[in-house]
Design a protein around this ligand. Structure first.
Ligand SMILES: Cc1ncc(COP(=O)(O)O)c(C=O)c1O
Length: 449
C-alpha cells in the first residue's frame, strides 16, 4: 500500500466504548467553551467499512469501483483502496486524486462516455486504460488520443423506475450497438465489455435484470463480430439510506440471479459495479448551529378552551390568539452541503433534529428552517415540528454523505463546511492506516478560522 497523508484532515480514533455520536457531543461541548459555532460534517469511517463488508456478503461476485464524484474525501477513498475496491472516475481531476493516493491505474475506470480530449490524453499518459463510450464521435476521439484504451460500451437502459434518470444523457441504444462495435473494429480499438446505469434511487430491481439481459445481447453481437469481451459493469443506483423503499439485499439477490442466468460464473466474465451513494450516505452527519431565529405570530379567530392547549397557539402582546411559527436560520444550506435539496431527486428532503434532548411533554412548534445565504431558495425544511430552539442550539441532519460536501460552494461568502473523521481502533487496525495523522480520543481540535 502506498504511503498516505491526510493533507486536509485528521482522523479521530474513538476510545473504547465511544461512538461517533459521543464524538459529536464532545465537539459541541468543546465549542461551547469558545465563540466558534461553525457547522461541521462528521464522517464515521466505520460505517463506510461496514457498507463494504455488507457489499461483499451480498454481491460476492461483483467488484465495487466506487464512484468518486459522490464523496471524494481522502480518508474514504483510502479506506476503499485498502480493502481492494476500484474507482469510477469521471474527469482528469478525479483520476489525479485517486492516483495520488497510490491506486494502481488498473483499478480505475474512466466512466464518462463524453470526455474532454485533454483528459483522455492524461489518462493515456498515466496508464488508465479502461474507459466508457457511447457514440462514434467518442471512438474517433479515443482513437486519436489513446489507441490502447480498453473500451466499455455504455448502454442506455430502462431507468423509468429510478428517481434520477441518467440514460436521457448517456448511453447508446441497444439497436445501435452493432454499428458502434463495427466502428471500434474499423478503428482497431479494443472493446472489453458493457456498462449501464439503471439510474440513482432505483425503486425496482427488475431494472438491473432487464439491463443485464440487454448487456448479454451486446455480448452476443460482439462475439459474432469477433470481439472477446470479458467485463460487465452494472453501474450504480444502489440505495444510500437504510430506509429506502427497495433494500440493498433485495436488489443484490435479484442481481445474483440475473448474473447466474445471463453471465454464469463459467463464462469467465468479470463483473464490476460503480456504487456511489451506497457507500457513503449514512456515514455522514451534518451538525449545524442556529445562528438566528424569528418567532412569527399570526392572528387567529377566537378558539375554545381545548384548542388553546395546542402548543403552537399562543397570545400576542395585545392579547389576541395567534399561531406561533418559528423561523430558524442555520449556518449551512442549499449553497453549502445541502445542495442535494435542489439537485438530487434521490434525496430531496432532510429531517433536522435537535441535539439538545427535549424534556418530557415539551411542546413542539411548526418551523421553517433556512440556510444562511441571502437567497430565499436557501430553505431546508418548510414545515418541520420541533421543540423551541434558541440561537446557539445545534440541529443535526443524518444521511449527509452523498453529493453534499463535494457539490458545495462558498456562495455569499459562507465557507464550505469542514469535515471531521472518526473511526474505531478496530477499523484502524483492519485497514492499517499510518498513525501520524490520527488524533487520540483526548484531543479535540477546534478550528478557529
Ligand atoms: C457513471 C456513473 N456511475 C456511478 C454513479 C453513482 O451512482 P449512485 O450514487 O446512484 O450509486 C453515477 C452517478 O451519477 C454515474 O453517473
Amino acid at each position: 500500500m502506498a504511503d498516505f497523508t491526510f493533507a486536509e484532515t485528521d482522523i479521530h480514533i474513538l476510545g473504547e466504548g465511544m461512538s461517533a455520536c459521543d464524538y459529536v457531543d464532545q465537539r459541541i461541548n468543546a465549542f461551547s467553551l469558545t465563540a466558534c459555532k461553525d457547522a461541521f460534517l462528521m464522517t464515521d469511517l466505520d460505517d463506510v467499512l461496514n457498507k463494504h463488508l455488507c457489499w461483499l456478503s451480498n454481491l460476492p461476485r461483483v467488484v465495487p469501483f466506487y464512484a468518486v464524484k459522490c464523496n471524494n474525501s481522502p480518508p474514504i477513498l483510502k479506506i476503499l483502496e485498502s480493502v481492494g475496491a476500484g474507482f469510477d472516475c469521471g474527469s482528469q481531476g478525479e483520476i489525479e486524486q485517486v492516483l495520488s493516493l497510490g491506486v494502481t491505474p488498473s483499478k480505475i475506470i474512466y466512466a464518462h462516455p463524453c470526455k474532454q480530449e485533454s483528459h483522455i490524453k492524461y489518462a493515456e499518459a498515466h496508464g488508465v486504460q479502461m474507459m466508457t463510450f457511447d457514440s462514434e464521435e467518442e471512438l474517433f476521439k479515443i482513437s486519436r488520443c489513446h489507441e490502447s484504451a480498453k473500451l466499455v460500451l455504455r448502454l442506455a437502459v430502462d431507468d423509468s423506475k429510478a428517481l434520477v434518470k441518467l440514460s436521457v444523457k448517456y448511453g447508446a441504444k441497444l439497436a445501435s450497438s452493432r454499428q458502434l462495435l463495427q466502428t471500434a473494429q474499423n478503428l482497431d480499438l479494443e472493446v472489453i465489455g458493457v456498462s449501464f446505469h439503471v439510474g440513482s434511487g432505483c425503486t425496482d430491481s427488475n431494472a438491473y435484470r432487464q439491463a443485464i439481459s440487454d448487456a448479454r445481447c451486446v455480448f452476443n453481437i460482439a462475439e459474432e463480430l469477433g470481439f472477446q469481451m470479458t467485463l460487465l459493469d452494472i453501474g450504480g443506483g444502489f440505495p444510500g439510506k437504510n430506509d429506502f423503499k427497495l433494500s440493498f439485499s433485495e436488489i443484490a439477490a435479484d442481481i445474483n440471479k440475473s448474473l447466474e442466468e445471463f453471465f454464469p460464473l463459467a463464462c469467465g466474465v468479470s463483473v464490476i459495479a460503480e456504487p456511489g451513494r451506497y457507500y457513503v450516505t449514512t456515514a455522514v452527519t451534518l451538525v449545524a448551529n442556529v445562528i438566528a431565529k424569528k418567532v412569527i405570530l399570526e392572528e387567529l379567530p377566537p378558539l375554545s378552551g381545548d384548542q388553546l392547549t395546542v402548543a403552537s397557539r399562543t397570545f400576542r402582546t395585545d392579547g389576541k390568539i395567534a399561531n406561533k411559527t418559528m423561523m430558524y436560520y442555520l449556518n449551512d444550506g442549499v449553497y453549502g452541503s445541502l445542495g442535494i435539496l435542489l439537485h438530487d431527486l434521490a434525496q430531496s428532503s432532510v429531517l433536522p433534529y435537535p441535539h439538545r434532548k427535549a424534556k418530557p411533554d415539551e411542546p413542539v412548534y411548526p418551523c421553517v428552517i433556512w440556510g444562511p445565504t441571502c437567497d430565499s431558495v436557501d430553505v431546508l425544511v418548510k414545515n418541520a415540528l420541533l421543540p423551541e430552539q434558541q440561537v446557539g442550539d445545534w440541529l443535526l441532519i443524518d444521511n449527509m454523505g452523498a453529493y453534499t460536501h463535494c457539490t458545495s460552494s462558498a456562495f455569499n461568502g459562507f465557507k464550505k463546511t469542514p469535515i471531521y473523521y472518526v473511526m474505531s481502533r478496530d477499523t484502524q487496525l483492519r485497514i492499517q492506516l499510518p498513525s501520524p495523522h490520527i488524533l487520540n480520543d483526548d484531543v479535540i481540535l477546534i478550528s478557529t478560522e
